[in-house]
Write a protein that binds this ligand. Structure first.
Ligand code: SF4
Length: 322
């Protein structure tokens, strides 16, 4: 028991975004319609709890399409896939449902459209992240990754007359702005997206942490280590001068973190379910927190439609007994 904790403040908004909601629903509905197992390429979203829940319902997560048996139903994860992966899945004859977040697909469409007009691209993102592999893999060449301002000085596009910038959707808004400014300084004619590629959910969760951090002594981010947007939330709080830790579950909370901390802020990445936030709150209460207050914040109402064949009218909802 830590007598020091007087209040828990919950960031608003936090947790699931519309793209994650949709991706999970696609897997659940595919299982309900076609029966288990349903194969999913890569973790459907980067959260251990979500993946384990879906495994228990009959999803099998794979990285290589060669691990999927002929005739199987395959779901692409929310992060999107390259053209090569899409083509291989078609060639192998799978029945495919695409859970790529529509905001990632929007970036893919923009890349394809501008490439036809002769553009090359500078992509701001994290090497090895599946979304970056998917977006860069929309083209066979002419798309160059920069991870930081130093990379901008080194990048060597084949031409600079028609150059466009795209970004991963889950970056630090501030870092991406710095890198984009460096790109602009080096390539003044560069074309930037009309609306930035960083998605509303990433922006809103980072904005909430910016408001919350100065009000608290400690920020706990609920999220898995593989989750890009969760990592950015922890870094942001830390950068704003507030001690911060990211946990995959309440069991990872260490009592020592709360020593001498009167106010604790809690947020969650876009792939972290609210049930984990509740468990974290309960454990922090057990450490001595006396009250829990929700911050004022933006209410998100965005919802993305399901793919054809899995729409609400097409099949009974998961768990329905007819
Ligand atoms: S974090 Fe943004 S881009 Fe990623 S799934 Fe959610 S809404 Fe889509």
């Amino acid at each position: 028991m830590n007598p020091g904790i007087s209040e828990v403040i919950l960031a608003e908004p936090r947790g699931f975004c519309a793209g994650v909601d949709r991706a999970i629903e696609i897997v659940e509905r595919a299982i309900a319609k076609f029966g288990a197992p349903i194969y999913v390429r890569h973790e459907i979203v980067h959260n251990t709890y979500v993946v384990n829940e879906l495994k228990a319902k009959g999803a099998i997560f794979i990285e290589e399409l060669s691990d999927v048996p002929p005739g199987a139903t395959l779901v692409f994860s929310a992060h999107g896939v390259s053209k090569a992966v899409e083509q291989e899945a078609r060639d192998r004859g799978f029945s495919i449902f695409d859970a790529t977040c529509p905001l990632v697909t929007k970036v893919h469409v923009e890349v394809a459209k501008l490439a036809k007009e002769g553009y090359e691209f500078i992509m701001i993102g994290h090497k090895g992240h599946p979304e970056v592999e998917g977006t860069m893999g929309q083209l066979s060449s002419g798309i160059h990754l920069v991870e930081d301002v130093e990379d901008v000085a080194r990048v060597a596009p084949g031409q600079t007359d028609k150059l466009a910038v795209v970004t991963q959707t889950t970056l630090s808004v501030d870092d991406a702005a710095d890198i984009a400014a460096a790109v602009r300084a080096r390539f003044p004619k560069v074309r930037e997206p009309k609306q930035q590629d960083i998605c509303y959910a990433t922006q809103n969760r980072q904005d909430a942490v910016k408001i919350m951090s100065p009000q608290v002594d400690l920020v706990i981010v609920v999220g898995s280590p593989t989750s890009s947007n969760s990592n950015r939330l922890r870094e942001l709080a830390q950068r704003l001068g507030t001690e911060s830790y990211m946990v995959d579950s309440a069991a990872e909370l260490e009592p020592g973190w709360f020593e001498g901390k009167a106010r604790v802020g809690i947020t969650a990445g876009a792939s972290a379910p609210e049930v984990l936030v509740r468990e974290v709150i309960d454990r922090v209460r057990a450490f001595g927190a006396v009250s829990v207050r929700k911050m004022d914040g933006i209410e998100e109402t965005i919802k993305f439609p399901l793919p054809k064949g899995l729409k609400l009218d097409d099949i009974p909802p998961p768990g329905h007994i007819s």
